[in-house]
Design a binder for this molecule. Sequence first.
Ligand SMILES: [Fe+2]
Length: 219
Amino acid sequence: MSAASAGLIPSTESMTAPIQVHIEREIEALLSSLPKPDELSAEERRGIIARYTAVLEGNFIYWMTGAYIAAGSDAARAKILENLHEEVRDSHPAMLRRFALAAQAVPTDSDATAVYDNLTNVRMFIVKLSPVPIVVTMALLEGFIQRFMAYLADLARRQGSSAMEYTDVHGVCDVTHTLELYRALEAEMTLSNGSTPTDRMFEGVELLRTLIQNVVVNQ
Ligand SMILES: [Fe+2]
């Protein structure tokens, strides 16, 4: 009988399950706080698309690369590499730029300034290269983006755009992908042997949540 099956150490599954619940709750809270598109002015709709673009276009690959460098398990690295491969091969930054252009929502200096502080906070979290917290943060990011796409496409349509390649590609609900992502987290947690203090587990999640709120509402 192994130590885990004898109940001496917690199984990795029992460690990741509450994390998954936490992340799902964060995503639900973010989605339910979104303003109704028909209650927004054209400028407010443009601003959301522009700030989203200002944040994601130049940072998603950087953040994923940080996660790749930080991760030590084969499972996590394979999963992240698959993601990076797709990002680069299909040039998701170019795809996002086309989406913003078509919605006439290319970020301006003031859109970039509006998210600067909160974006910097997430960047400064990434530089710590803390394996488990970074993978947890990327799980939130991916989960949120997927569920946010229908809303973003709605905003763009209301701005007169019909170019939906970016939102179509990123809005696919991929159950296998989510499952693999949490398996990667399990592998990473096993490797770190529970060495991540609880208060640091969601450090990146909290910073990313604040940044996403800032994308939605120009604070
Ligand atoms: Fe992407």
